[in-house]
Every structure is written in structure tokens, then in C-alpha cells.
Design a protein around this ligand. Structure first.
Ligand SMILES: [Fe+2]
Length: 264
């Protein structure tokens, strides 16, 4: 079974459209495509992104942005490392809350925290693929590639994972794949707001076979300039446009935090 996994679209419709088109061209359909949350925030198409995923019957889990918008929480849950970052985060959050429709808000609130997949069914012992936004217990924690083996194994323990199983998440907007004690940890990167210096949209293809799991990261060019111009046209900060143009390779003062945070 082959799964396409998308995370952190963040209101970027041109990037999402390009990724869905790429998946259809490679795999023929979207039947085993899932999202890992953070559908809204930072870019100007929150409602259109949610509608597109609903129409394509792509299900997924709640990111921090989705659950905070849905519950009218006081903060988006994005960690900032400077007052300037914090001010920008507030602008994005306020804009998004003011522009999501009641339908979108309800859809975000209905997203589950976690989805378990069994490529070979549940009637026999088989690898489990667990989808979350950040960790199995909290959708705010940044799980970066440099986390210790012990940290990753603690996450696996929290999700009752064993060797051969796969834990998939996003949230940091940087794709990576590690295997610790036979358990796969897969950060699928970001469709609509990459932070690894590559402006192209990113998603992951996870293949589950009898031999085990394999992971490929796919980068998809899209009309970045259309998205960047739209950010500015709706009155969102120009820093968000520059972020899209550079794949997050902007000055540290304006980049959104990706450093490790303490796990709850
Ligand atoms: Fe995100």
C-alpha cells in the first residue's frame, strides 16, 4: 500500500493544487492520501484549502493551527523566538480567525487528533502507521531531525509502536526520515510553507510492503509568486510573502521557530 502524506498547507491553495495534481499524475487517484494538519494560517486561502480537501475526500488530523482556530484559543500555538516573530504570528492568527467561515471552523474542529492505518488489515499482526501533527500526545511540540533516539523512542512508546511501525508527523516544515530500533519516524515536510530553503511544495510518499516501509519526499514546483502576491494583496505582512519565495530562508528575526521544545 502506498500513502501520500501532506502536512502544513497553511492556506496556500496554489501549492495544494500543485501537490494534488502531482499525486494524481503519479498514482492515478487520491484514495490513500491523508493530511497531517495545519490547513490554515499565514496564507490567504483557508476556506478554499479546507473545501478542496473535503471535495477530494482527503481526511487527516488536527494541527495546532486548526485546533486553536476552531476553539477560539488565545494563540495559534506557533512558538516564536523574538518579539518580531511573535507580532507576525499574532497578525496571521488574527487575520485567519477573521476570515475563516463558520463551515471551515466547524471542519477544523471536527479533525481527529490521530489516525491509525493498517496497510495489511487488522486481522493479523501487521505494521501500524500512525498519523499525528507533532507528537502522539501534543500537537505543539517541534520534533526536529536532531532529536535524540531516546526522545523519539519515548514518542513511540506513547503511541504503543513496535519495530516495523511508522510514526508520521509534520509541524516543523522540514522533511526527514529516521529509523530507531526498527521504528520509522517520518516528518513529511510542508506543502504550503516549507522552511528548509526550498520554496517548492513538499509531501511524502510512504510505501508499506511485506519487506517494510520506504519513504520518498517529493518536491513540487508551483506558482510561488501568485501566492506571495496574494499574501500582500490581502494585507498580510510582506515577510510571509518573502518566506514563501525563499522557502523559509529569511532572516532569523522573521523566521518562525523550529528549534526543539520540551516535550509535554
Ligand atoms: Fe505548521
Amino acid at each position: 500500500m502506498r500513502y501520500a502524506l501532506l502536512s502544513d498547507v497553511h492556506g496556500n491553495l496554489p501549492a495544494l493544487d500543485a501537490v494534488l495534481c502531482d499525486i494524481r499524475s503519479r498514482h492515478g487517484d487520491l484514495q490513500t492520501t491523508y493530511h497531517l494538519g495545519d490547513l490554515v494560517g499565514y496564507s490567504p486561502w483557508p476556506n478554499e484549502v479546507v473545501d478542496t480537501l473535503r471535495d477530494a475526500k482527503i481526511f487527516g488530523v488536527a494541527g495546532n493551527y486548526d485546533s486553536t482556530v476552531a476553539t477560539d484559543y488565545k494563540h495559534c500555538g506557533c512558538r516564536s523566538e523574538s518579539p518580531q516573530q511573535e507580532a507576525l504570528a499574532h497578525i496571521s492568527y488574527a487575520w485567519t480567525r477573521a476570515h475563516v467561515s463558520a463551515t471551515t471552523k466547524a471542519a477544523l474542529g471536527a479533525l481527529p487528533f490521530r489516525i491509525d492505518l493498517r496497510a495489511f488489515g487488522g486481522h493479523v499482526a501487521a505494521p501500524t502507521v500512525v498519523l499525528v501533527h507533532a507528537t502522539p500526545t501534543n500537537n505543539l511540540v517541534y520534533v526536529t531531525e536532531d532529536r535524540s533516539d531516546a526522545f523519539l523512542l519515548k514518542m513511540a512508546q506513547q503511541a504503543s509502536l513496535k519495530s516495523g511501525d511508522v510514526l508520521c508527523f509534520g509541524h516543523t516544515h522540514k522533511p526527514w526520515h529516521r529509523v530507531v530500533e526498527g521504528i520509522h519516524f517520518v516528518n513529511t515536510g510542508s506543502v504550503g510553507r516549507p522552511k528548509d530553503g526550498d520554496a517548492r511544495a513538499c509531501y511524502a510518499v510512504l510505501e508499506m510492503t511485506a519487506a517494510g516501509a520506504t519513504v520518498d519526499f517529493v518536491r513540487v514546483p508551483y506558482d510561488v509568486e501568485r501566492a506571495a502576491r496574494a499574501v500582500i494583496d490581502v494585507g498580510l505582512p510582506h515577510e510571509f510573502a518573502d518566506f514563501l519565495r525563499t522557502g523559509g530562508a529569511v532572516s532569523p528575526a522573521t523566521a518562525t521557530a523550529t528549534a526543539p521544545a520540551a516535550q509535554s
